[in-house]
Design a protein around this ligand. Structure first.
Ligand code: FES
Ligand code: FES
Length: 157
């Protein structure tokens, strides 16, 4: 049996204590053990950004980080950030500007966008593009996504 490690973390504000297989990735733990399937699994190699979650205030790729590495950390997912209303402005802007089609990339994209809202609210259009360049979208061509983020940052219509 795979080695398991007692791990304590906070997920969307709730304390979680589990024995976690040493090699399980954070996104798998969130999806399979906690049923938080809003974080998606795409490439599983740190390339596409579909698995983006927030750990202690910074966005990370849940497919690269091991769940046991989150011991003692505060993990936030699309579910928690949606429920708290933190993403409401971005979600409305994405909706209004048709910045999602299949929606596969959207949770990761929203977390990346919110990271910018919090840490670099004066970002230019070019900097928005750069910031989300690690999040792949197969559907939209990015234009509408950048428009939506720009609208939230700068109130552009
Ligand atoms: S699934 Fe993690 S970056 Fe693609
Ligand atoms: S909306 Fe389909 S991958 Fe982005």
């Amino acid at each position: 049996m795979e080695h398991e490690i007692e791990t304590t973390l906070t997920v969307n504000g709730a304390a979680v204590k589990r024995r976690i297989p040493a090699r399980q990735h954070l996104v798998d733990f969130l999806r399979e053990e906690l049923g938080l399937t809003g974080s998606h699994l795409g490439c599983e190699h740190g390339v596409c950004g579909a698995c983006t979650v927030r750990v202690d205030g910074d966005i990370v790729r849940g497919c690269l980080m091991l769940a046991v590495q989150a011991n003692g950390c505060k993990v936030e997912t699309i579910e928690g950030l949606s429920d708290s209303g933190e993403l409401a402005r971005l979600q409305e802007a994405f909706h209004r500007r048709n910045a999602l089609q299949c929606g596969f990339c959207t949770p990761g994209m929203l977390l990346a966008a919110q990271d910018l809202v919090l840490k670099r609210p004066d970002a230019t259009r070019e900097q928005i593009r750069e910031h989300i360049s690690g999040n792949y979208c197969r559907c939209t061509g990015y234009q509408a996504i950048v428009d939506a983020i720009e609208e939230v940052l700068h109130g552009k219509s």
